[in-house]
Design a protein around this ligand. Structure first.
Ligand SMILES: Cc1cc2nc3c(=O)[nH]c(=O)nc-3n(C[C@H](O)[C@H](O)[C@H](O)COP(=O)(O)O)c2cc1C
Length: 215
């Protein structure tokens, strides 16, 4: 190993132990928000927000391909990749499921702002995993990779637990789920809406006390 590399690695380790990043001179006062060496990855993570208002056009498929590729590069236990990703930008598909949703949610009648049950997203990604629950953690990592990649490209997203709850509790959605051609034994775990943002929401507060360093 080259001596310069060893010195650099030791300096980096010392800086980390001191609670400060390698380049930033703020010492213990360094936080992700205030760090002087904040880079593009940190910027993307800290500025991402859930988006619930979009331009009507679907996300360009070439861009979605990049986003999906970033998802598929997420880590997974034993590299088992226990996921199936389905990108839906068909207005007929999204509109058909939304029609079912509206039957159950008459309060959406007359709501001018309501375009579809996926928080109005024009592109929806369904992430499915084995129904024994074994892929849940892995799929979460995949999902976040996709949302961060999207945000770095100016594309908004929102994780939609409510959509999965609706699918699970509404047998009439079965024909749509069949169209996803999921592998045997897989079920939809997460839906994520994607689209070009038409809002700039404020950050929701985070409780930093949920993480502590243990001496
Ligand atoms: C598992 C999961 C399910 C979610 N389900 C919904 C949902 O059904 N509808 C919605 O509007 N937002 C949903 N969200 C988005 C959260 O409300 C949002 O991430 C949280 O309020 C923090 O805001 P931020 O993403 O803008 O930082 C979900 C997020 C996660 C991780």
């Amino acid at each position: 190993m080259k001596p310069t590399f060893v010195i650099a690695a030791a300096a980096a380790a010392a800086a980390l132990l001191a609670g400060c990043c390698q380049k930033c001179g703020k010492g213990d006062a360094c936080t992700a928000e205030a760090c002087d060496s904040r880079n593009e990855v940190i910027e993307t993570i800290l500025t991402r927000r859930s988006i619930r208002a979009y331009s009507p056009e679907a996300v360009d498929r070439t861009q979605m391909q990049t986003i999906v590729e970033c998802g598929l590069n997420a880590p997974s236990g034993l590299n088992m990749q226990p996921w199936a990703v389905r990108v839906v930008d068909s207005e007929e598909f999204i509109g058909g499921m939304t029609a079912l949703y509206r039957e159950r949610h008459p309060e959406t009648d007359g709501d001018e702002s309501f375009r579809n049950m996926f928080r109005n997203a024009p592109t929806v990604v369904f992430i499915a995993s084995p129904d024994d629950g074994s892929g849940v953690f892995d799929c979460g990592l995949l999902a976040e990779n996709m949302m961060l990649a999207a945000w770095s490209m100016g594309i908004g997203s929102c994780c939609l637990g409510s959509a999965i709850g609706f699918i699970a509790s509404t047998p009439e959605t079965a024909p749509f789920i069949e169209r996803l051609s999921l592998p045997e034994g897989y079920r939809p775990l997460i839906a994520i809406g994607f689209g070009y943002p038409d809002e700039q929401p404020e950050a929701r507060e985070r409780d930093m006390s949920k993480a502590i360093f243990v001496d």
